[in-house]
Design a protein around this ligand. Structure first.
Ligand code: PLP
Length: 395
């Protein structure tokens, strides 16, 4: 097989391929097999002793999964990686492989809902504590450091508030206190932002979102420093959150189009956000590449484009939010993002409906907050649907 290492990462994401079989297939075949055969006991002994990198069992490794990992490492500029069944199992694996009883971590306070539950409810059960700190409050980050702090955990941009955290500052802070810097890069993808170039030790993804890009499969991946990935690999190999070969095959194909897809998603998101900003029924629009975004300068410094998601506050609060979802004709109302199809969600009446108004506000969910994941339809069609729904839902 010809070497791909001299190619641009975008070309590598297209050209990296597991070795061809005797069938000389152009497209990588699907290796649906639980285990791999050894002709001799000695070869199996050597594989188990880590003396060779032969595949043994698909909970440990599989050619389709390896191809996906290699492409992600090329895109993120990472030494090594491990792929998991979902984004949450990647985050869980990174925490439990690297932390132990008595350790402490610091996380940005605006994080994905299940990550929030993991760090506030489940980590403490195992004696691992977490301090949540607001983005950008440098004094609060400093004050949160304890002698037992091991890791900082960032999401940028955050879901759903779209806060942007400064990767350059975060890395200086992590190095100063000798902490592992982990970044959830799901919203940006490596095409828009490469945390490892800023010094991050680990980068985590939900591959379910932009990486799949077509709402088909769940997946997750952790890439980064070889020594840390080794620990994560050993933990995951023994606890079992492996990515399925089929999902890896789908996701590896998806990476071949990630660059062109993200260009269009971001172009659409910016165009729609700019248009809706001027709509009389919209109080505000938040998007990393709109000048009014509180961390606009940081977003411009560390991101190539603003991403595919924006959020807006519509006038009329909770009731208007509900009516808005019902009035949409083209956009999908569904609990996902990063699809070819544009998606709208209203956290206050759905994902966060069990919280009180005050609790919702404390995590940044205002009553009329609508999150839009810009799809690949023509921007004009997306704008037309949102505009007609706004007119029907105005309070
Ligand atoms: C969706 C999401 C996750 C969790 O990923 P799953 O694949 O659903 O487990 C983690 N982080 C962010 C930012 C997400 O949007």
């Amino acid at each position: 097989m010809s070497s791909t290492s001299k190619l641009d990462p975008i070309s590598q994401a297209i050209r990296i391929q597991t070795e061809r079989t005797q069938q000389r297939e152009h497209s990588t075949p699907l290796y649906l097999t639980s285990s791999f055969i050894f002709e001799e006991a000695e070869a199996m002994r050597a594989a188990f002793a880590d003396e060779t990198d032969d595949n043994i069992y698909s909970r440990f490794s599989n050619p389709n999964v390896d191809e996906f990992i290699d492409k992600m490492c090329a895109l993120e500029g990472a030494e090594d990686g491990f792929a998991t069944s979902t984004g949450m199992s990647a985050i869980f694996g990174a925490f439990f492989a690297l932390l132990k009883q008595g350790d402490h971590i610091i996380s940005c306070s605006s994080v994905f809902g299940s990550t929030y539950t993991l760090v506030t409810k489940y980590l403490p059960r195992y004696g691992i504590t977490c301090t949540l700190v607001p983005a950008g409050d440098e004094a609060a980050w400093e004050a949160a450091v304890q002698p037992n702090t091991k890791m900082i955990y960032l999401e940028t941009p955050t879901n759903p508030q779209l806060e942007v955290l400064d990767l350059e500052w975060s890395n200086k802070f992590a190095k100063k206190h000798n902490l592992i810097l982990s970044v959830d890069n799901c919203f940006a993808t490596p095409l828009l932002q490469k945390p490892i170039e800023y010094g991050a030790d680990l980068v985590i993804h939900s591959a379910t979102k932009w990486i799949d890009g077509q709402g088909r499969v769940l997946g997750g991946i952790i890439v980064g420093r070889k020594d840390l990935i080794k620990e994560i690999y050993l933990f995951c190999r023994n606890t079992g959150p492996a990515m399925s070969p089929f999902n890896a095959w789908v996701l590896s194909k998806s990476l071949e189009t990630l660059d062109v897809r993200m260009q269009r998603h971001c172009e659409n998101a910016l165009k729609i956000a700019e248009t809706l900003q001027k709509h009389p029924n919209v109080s505000w629009v938040k998007y990393p590449f709109l000048e009014g975004h509180p961390q606009y300068a940081i977003a411009k410094k560390q991101m190539k484009l603003g991403g595919g998601v924006f959020c807006m506050e519509i006038k009329g609060g909770l009731e208007a939010g509900r009516k808005f979802l019902d009035a949409l004709e083209m956009l999908s109302v569904t609990a996902n993002l990063g699809d070819t199809r544009s998606i709208a969600s209203h956290p206050a009446s759905t994902t966060h409906s069990r919280l009180t108004d005050a609790e919702r506000l404390s995590v940044g969910i205002t009553p009329g907050l609508i999150r839009i994941s810009a799809g690949l339809e023509k921007a004009e069609d997306i704008i037309a649907d949102i505009t007609q729904a706004l007119e029907k839902s105005a309070g």
